[in-house]
Design a protein around this ligand. Structure first.
Ligand SMILES: [Zn+2]
Ligand SMILES: [Zn+2]
Length: 394
């Protein structure tokens, strides 16, 4: 059915572009995707599907039944925009100041609508069923977890899960479908160091939280370089450092926040253990104290080898085998990982860099992608789903 999906997705290309540009004009932040979810729901209902709305606040779920008993394949598309002020100058630029589809989720939503349409049209040709999720709030707000808490993985429970991201670092026509860790686990940390405030001219009567926190920043940087094996990937970044209220006062507290990125749970555990050990020793030596809080954990995104073989075969059939490429795991996080931690599957990256241009990074106010990637991505995902349902590996 690769040829059929390739042909049909090209017929749907004008609709894909129109949907995408409409979503782009009217971006909505996470958990506020009311208009977007409404357009998706109306489209799915027009296709004759029963639609469940308000899943994880603003998510949309529908089931497409095939021609008989079989597995359940889960497809996920994210819908949210970012708090970014658009600077593309495109004719279909955001009409809402301070909100922009700067990650390509407008494209993902449109792709999901086309995939739904192609799977409904071919449902008599494959067994089992496809569960579609149009997910809210991917951008760090916990949308995946919200839909899971709302039962998206229950009744029926999916056997395999797939999703994709349009990816500007890759040129149009290239696809990454690789097994193992693809994106990092992420944790937000908040470090509070407490000393004893006092007079700036009488430091011997104080414990200077700024001095201790400054040493903490440099000390923590030694964990990745000196406590982890060099071939293990990890990032520890301090993003904010707030302390002090007056030039002649020794600060009593310093509050630092940052992010940890890891690909392996054991590396994450080492990172956290060494942070605690170093902060304990450091603050003790100064007579200060500390608290370290971790929050907003997203697991690493890990692709299952069997599911990846299916997705790679589908992608190769759509874009040609030469279009398949690989890359070093990315230290960005993606909450598709929440689904793949529970259901084996594969998350693909579909090249979307406009030809002859330098890639404008995702989340940039000048971000745009090649719309030719929309039908390719839709065909790849529809073909992947059908291969998974039929158990085809070739
Ligand atoms: Zn993003
Ligand atoms: Zn994204």
């Amino acid at each position: 059915m690769n040829d059929e999906f390739r042909r049909r997705s090209q017929e749907l290309a004008p609709a894909l572009v129109a949907w995408r540009r409409d979503f782009h004009r009217h971006p909505e932040l996470g958990f506020q995707e009311i208009r977007t979810a409404g357009i998706v729901s109306a489209h799915l209902r027009r296709l004759g599907l029963e639609v469940r709305t308000s899943v994880g606040q603003t998510g949309v779920v529908a089931l497409i039944e095939g021609n008989g008993p079989g597995p359940t394949v889960f497809l996920r598309f994210d819908m949210d925009a970012l708090p970014v002020t658009e600077a593309t100058g495109l004719p279909f630029a955001s009409q809402h100041a301070g909100i922009m589809h700067a990650c390509g989720h407008d494209g993902h939503t449109a792709i999901g609508m086309a995939v739904a349409q192609m799977l409904v049209e071919t449902a008599s040709d494959w067994p089992g069923r496809v569960k579609l999720l149009f997910q809210p709030a991917e951008e760090g707000l916990g949308g995946a977890a919200a839909t899971i808490a709302d039962g998206v993985l229950d009744d029926p429970r999916p056997d395999l899960a797939f999703g994709l991201h349009l990816w500007n670092p890759l040129p149009l026509g290239q696809v990454v479908a690789q097994s193992g860790p693809l994106m990092a686990a992420a944790d937000r940390f908040t470090l509070t160091i407490t000393g004893r405030g006092g007079h700036g001219g009488m430091p011997h009567t104080t414990v200077d939280a700024i001095l201790v926190a400054g040493q903490a920043v440099t000390l923590l940087q030694s964990i990745v370089s000196r406590n982890l094996p060099p071939h293990e990937a990890a990032v520890l970044s301090v993003g904010t450092f707030h302390a002090g209220e007056a030039f002649n006062v020794i600060a009593e507290t310093a509050v630092l926040t940052g992010t940890l990125r890891t690909l392996q749970p054991a590396v994450r555990a080492t990172l956290i253990r060494r942070m605690e050990e170093m902060l304990d020793g450091l603050t003790r030596s100064h007579g200060a104290s500390y608290t370290l809080e971790l929050a907003d954990h997203t697991p690493a995104l890990v692709n299952d080898p069997d599911a990846t073989r299916l997705a790679a075969a589908a992608a190769a059939a759509v874009v040609s085998p030469a279009g398949l490429t690989t890359l070093a795991p990315l230290m960005v996080a993606e909450d598709m990982a929440e689904f793949l931690a529970r259901v084996p599957g594969c998350y693909l990256l579909v090249g979307a860099r406009p030809e002859g241009t330098a890639a404008e990074p995702h989340h940039s106010p000048r971000f745009d992608f090649a719309e030719e990637a929309l039908p390719l991505a839709a065909a790849i995902l529809a073909a992947t789903a059908v291969r998974a349902l039929r158990g085809e590996d070739e």
